[in-house]
Design a protein around this ligand. Sequence first.
Ligand code: SD4
Length: 294
Amino acid sequence: MILTYAMIGTWRMAHEGLTAAMADLKQGGRSTDAIETAIQAVEDYPFFKSVGYGGLPNQQGLVEMDAAFMDGDTFAIGAVAGISDVKNPISVARQLSNDHFNSFLVGAGASQYAMFNGFERRNMLTERAHKLWAKRVKEINEKNLSPYDGHDTVGMISLDQQASMAAGTSTSGLFMKKPGRTGDSALSGSGFYVDSEIGGAAATGLGEDLMKGCLSYEIVRLMGTGLTPQQACDQAVYPFVEKLKKRYGKVGEFSLVALNAQGQWGVATNVEFTFSAGNEQQAPAIFMANPGPD
Ligand code: SD4
């Protein structure tokens, strides 16, 4: 059966934005708008500590964010990495997707673009995030710990009633990262990918390892051979996790979500993982996925 609209998003934090965006999809809203508004809601909420306002700062106490937007009809992509002082990185990424040149901007160039193009500026460091950062700095110094602890991305895929799909991601990246460090979330094929004729996928987890496998693209490619989203997630993710363990010696946390052009979804993860999803048949809900393969 063909389901006419659907969305999936990583983590519990996706749920409210996704639920509101799905109500628009039900009324005939477009996937591109659904992705932007749903991710904006996550960016704006101060207590999601790894995305947008209230996000986890880098080593120097500055919130540097990565975000990307992809239109599954045209393959247009816009992305920013290491952007700061901008309220909604996803909206900057979406606007950049309209340009054939200069569609992926980093660091000061990305922040300047946002400023010159009238995007709302905001100091994204909340008091709470600053306290977490100061506590972590103290712990690292006292106990000689690895600084890298804590990171999550909101990644979403959407299908609308016109059969158009879109994808987006947004994150403040790895807590205590070095200034300028970029993960997978802004990288096409690694953090996200979508083709309206097939489906889309998005990732969350340790970007340094996720980008070794280009797993979002691989999931879409496998769905294109006729696999269901769940089969494609299983076949792309678990063998690669094993390969990395064997050949690289270790592997970070990986969770990927996928949605196909029929509105069915799938998930693969090597940690306990929550996600939000819904389609025409099923109201948006929060699901829990256990580390696989089963
Ligand atoms: C990154 N993939 O910057 C992001 C962070 C993340 O769960 O998703 N963590 O590496």
